[in-house]
Design a protein around this ligand. Sequence first.
Ligand code: SF4
Ligand code: SF4
Length: 302
Amino acid sequence: MNQPLIFDIKRYAINDGPGIRITIFMKGCPLSCKWCHNPESQSPGVQKLYTESKCIGAQECIKMCPEDALTLTPKGIVTDYQTCTLCGICADVCPTKAIEMSGRPYEVEELMQIIERERVHIEQSNGGVTFSGGEPLLNAGFLMKMLDACGEKKLHRTVDTCGFSDSETLLEVAKRTELFLFDLKLMDEAKHKKWTGVSNKLILKNLQLLAESGANINIRVPFIRNVNADHNTLTEMAEFIAALPGKKPVVNLLPYHNIAANKYNKLGSEYKAFNMEEPTEEEQNRAIAIFEKYGIEAEIGG
Ligand code: SF4
Ligand code: SF4
C-alpha cells in the first residue's frame, strides 16, 4: 500500500461537504491545472517552501545545513536543489518559519486520533471527514483504509476528486463514500489537455460510471474567464450533467481568485495563471441560468 504524504489538515472546514468537517489533503495529483490553488499538492514528494518576507537573515539554516545547500543572496536564502536532500533541518531551526517543509506521512491510527478530537463539532453540525488533495485516489489503498476506519466510527465521508483514476478503483471507493465532490473543468478534450495536462476522456467516463452506481455527487467547476466561462462550454457541461442517470448532481461554480501566486513563489516555481480572471457577477448569473435551464441546481461557491 502506498502511503501518501499529507500536506494539510484543515479543521472547521465548511466548504468541503455538509456541516463542519475536517479535511485531509494528500500530496500528488495526475493533473497540473494552470490555475491550481495548491501547487504543493501536485508533487507526491516532500517539498520545501520559503517565504522571503518572513526571513530575518538569521542564517541558522545556512549554519546547520549538512549539505551546504543554502546561500544568502539579495533575494534571500537560495537552495541548491542539486545537493539539498530535503532533510528538513533548515525548517526545524528557522526561528521565523520562513522555511517550511510540505508533506509528511501519517499512519491511519494517527489520523483517526486527530479526527476523533473534532468529533463534537462534527456531530453537532452533521459534518464529517473530507479527503482531498492533490488527488486522494492516487493512493487508493490508504484512502480506502481511512474510509473504512471512518465508516466504523459512523463518520460521514466525502471524497474530493479530479476523477482521473482507474475506474474499478473509483467504484470501490464509492462503496465507502457518502458524497463525492467531483471536479469538472472543461468538455473539449484539446482544451482540457492544454489547461490541465491530461485528456478528459477518463474523467467523463468515470463521472458517468459514478452516476450509474448511484453515488451521491456534487460537481465542482473551477469557473475561470478565458478558460471555461463561455456559453458553449457551460452549455456542453449542462447537457452532459443533465443526461447523467440518477439524482441530478448539484453544480458548485467556484470563481477563480488570483490568490495562489504567493504559494508558487514559496515553492520557487512559475505561476502560469496571471492572465486568468474571475468572471463578473453578470457572467456568474448567466452561468447559473444555463444550468437551471437544464433542470440542474447550480450555485456560486460551496
Ligand atoms: S486537479 Fe486540483 S490539485 Fe490537481 S492540479 Fe488540478 S487544481 Fe491542482
Ligand atoms: S532541507 Fe536539509 S539539505 Fe536541504 S537545504 Fe535544508 S538543511 Fe540543507
